[in-house]
Ligand binder design. Structure first.
Ligand code: 1PR
Length: 552
């Protein structure tokens, strides 16, 4: 079996990349030290990076990798950069002005602007358009998964400079900004997107790079017609996320369950925990149906189990071997005291999940505590909350905040310190104003903090995305709470995932058309097999919405 070497400066999660390469039939070996003699003999090298540009470049420099990587490239052997790995090839980035890039490609990265109304970071599936001939099979009919706030944003002059230096590019547009999605020159190839998280399309790119081939996919007219919504215009597709609420049932088996306003027990006399399937099998099923992401929520912590034996780690390890879209895990991401009394900081808990294959962690209860502290401190963090520590080490894009709010009606907004909205659905006793009260511990305890205030504080503390549940709507199949979505959207510029209430494909369309939701999540309707993810996407496509439909 051929070997692929991966530079590891402990900046982010390399498990997903290793899984993808293993799946393609290659072995992987991490190179952690610049003096590793295998760097001199490696036949294919990958330079992956996530998170902060400066953190990554400084780590490369302090570990003495800079010159050996340049020597490797000069030797003519193939190198592939991914995400911050691509960014590191440029001169620098406004993200970390003091850190120098490798300087192989002229140009400085800048941050996406929000003035055109887009959410930053860019999280989702975008089209690429290769400027010249296709390289490594990059396919303008496919979608690739991007997650980043900084990019090599280019105008015509900068493109001329790149061309003049012999770099071929594939470009993408996010909002009004055009940026470099991939570059190639001689033996160097790099992508801003994550091929290891871009489904079959991404695996193909990695495979082609490892084989050193540049195939062009031939499509039938029928296929082109199906994919038309994919390539005719730039911009993110409507992201559809399948969510698995996981816990042990009364027999001790790990099951995917589903609540009804968070009550996961059957209404029958026995009141058993609803069992809707096995977590890994369902994750694989939704991946094959075209889910753009899969989220696992550990809805009861496995309290009597040493952390390293938490069954959720195994679920992730197994799922990540065959599911090549982003995986989020939530539940119990906080500072914990292990069964033997050892204190384990949240950063380490998150690290265990990242090393098992998670791409993002979602924080519920602890995010509420962090936000309360943020306001008590005069709207400042103190650097110790899990949001801050995890975001600093793994990047904002790796930290999702799971919000579990309940609607509270008031006669007048002055009745609460939390932000209210005037609702078109007044309460039975005629109250027209409402706010959304945050809950903790799976909805069992309420706090005097609104969802708007929570989202606002968590973004300031470093969260990169909001997973917006709604206890009133959970399991109701009656559609999302549209008012809640735009209410929370108005608090943040990071993406917001609408959750709770999806029952039919039209509910997804409604959320995308009537609110500013960046993604929609569904659970019960998929588990009960009333609809597949593919059917939802086909429905959205039939309504003219862009979706990723390329897994067929
Ligand atoms: O507080 O950081 O330990 O995280 C606990 C996590 O577990 C939180 O993300 C919280 O939302 C989740 N959780 C806790 N208890 C429950 C429960 O159901 N009893 N599940 C629970 C939350 C909400 C969604 C659900 C959507 C869509 N589930 O995940 O999938 O509402 O459902 P639908 O499409 O069928 O309507 P911490």
């Amino acid at each position: 079996m051929s070997l692929v070497h991966i530079i590891d400066v402990e900046s982010g999660n390399l498990q997903s990349l290793q899984n993808a390469i293993n799946y393609l039939g290659y072995e992987t070996k991490l190179i952690k030290s610049a003096s590793d003699p295998e760097l001199l003999t490696a036949e294919r090298l990958i330079l992956p990076g996530v998170g902060n540009f400066g953190h990554f470049l400084d780590n490369l420099a302090s570990r003495g990798f800079e010159q050996p990587i340049k020597d490797y490239i000069a030797s003519g052997r193939p190198l592939m950069g991914i995400c911050v790995g691509l960014q590191s090839l440029f001169d620098g980035s406004v993200e970390s002005p003091k850190s120098k890039g490798l300087g192989l490609i002229p140009g400085t990265l800048s941050k996406f602007s929000t003035t055109d109304g887009k959410s930053v970071p860019e999280i989702g599936w975008n089209t690429i358009v290769p400027e010249e001939d296709l390289f490594f099979g990059l396919d303008p009919y496919k979608r690739y998964y991007f997650v980043h706030s900084y990019a090599m944003i280019v105008n015509d002059n900068q493109l001329d400079v790149l061309r003049g230096n012999g770099w071929k590019t594939a470009l993408t547009k996010y909002g009004n900004e055009k940026f470099v999605a991939a570059v190639q020159k001689d033996n160097v190839f790099a992508t801003q997107f994550h091929p290891e998280k871009s489904g079959e399309a991404g695996l193909k790119v990695i495979d082609n790079f490892l084989k050193g081939i540049h195939p062009v996919t031939q499509y039938t007219d029928e296929q082109k017609a199906i994919l038309a919504n994919d390539y005719t215009n730039f911009g993110l597709t409507r992201r559809i996320i399948a969510c698995l609420d996981v816990r042990t049932n009364d027999q001790g088996d790990l099951v995917v369950t589903k609540g009804d306003q968070y009550d996961v027990r059957e209404k029958s006399e026995e009141g058993n925990v609803r069992n809707l399937g096995k977590p890994v099998e369902l994750a694989q099923r939704y991946y094959k149906q075209g889910a753009d992401e899969v989220t696992f929520l550990n809805i009861t912590s496995f309290r009597n189990c040493p952390l390293k034996d938490t069954p959720m780690l195994d679920v992730l390890r197994l799922a990540a071997k065959t599911v090549f879209v982003p995986l989020t895990v939530g539940g119990g991401i906080k500072d914990v005291v292990d069964t033997d009394g050892t204190k384990i900081p949240a950063l380490e808990v998150a690290g265990m999940y990242f090393r098992s294959g998670a791409d993002k962690v979602s924080i519920g209860t602890d995010a509420v505590f962090a936000a309360e502290k943020y306001y008590a401190n005069g709207e400042k963090g103190d650097g110790t909350s899990p949001i801050e520590t995890i975001s600093k080490a793994y990047g904002a894009q790796a930290v999702v905040i799971s919000v579990d709010p309940k609607r509270v009606y008031v006669k007048d907004p002055s009745e609460t310190k939390n932000k209210c909205l005037e609702t078109v659905f007044p309460s039975e006793d005629g109250k027209k104003w409402c706010w959304y009260q945050c809950t903790i511990r799976g909805g069992r305890e309420t706090r005097d903090l609104g969802a708007w205030e929570l989202a606002h504080a968590c973004e300031a503390l470093g969260a990169g995305e909001i997973l917006l549940n709604c206890i009133d709507k959970d399991g109701s199949n009656s559609g999302y709470d549209l008012e809640l979505i735009d209410h929370v959207k108005s608090a943040v510029s990071v993406p917001v995932i609408a959750s709770s209430g999806a029952g039919i494909p039209a509910h997804f369309e409604e959320a995308f058309e009537k609110t500013k939701a960046d993604a929609c999540l569904g659970a019960g309707m998929f588990h009960r097999e009333e609809y597949t993810v593919k059917q939802v996407k086909e429905y959205l496509a039939s309504k003219g919405l862009k979706v990723r439909l390329d897994e067929f």
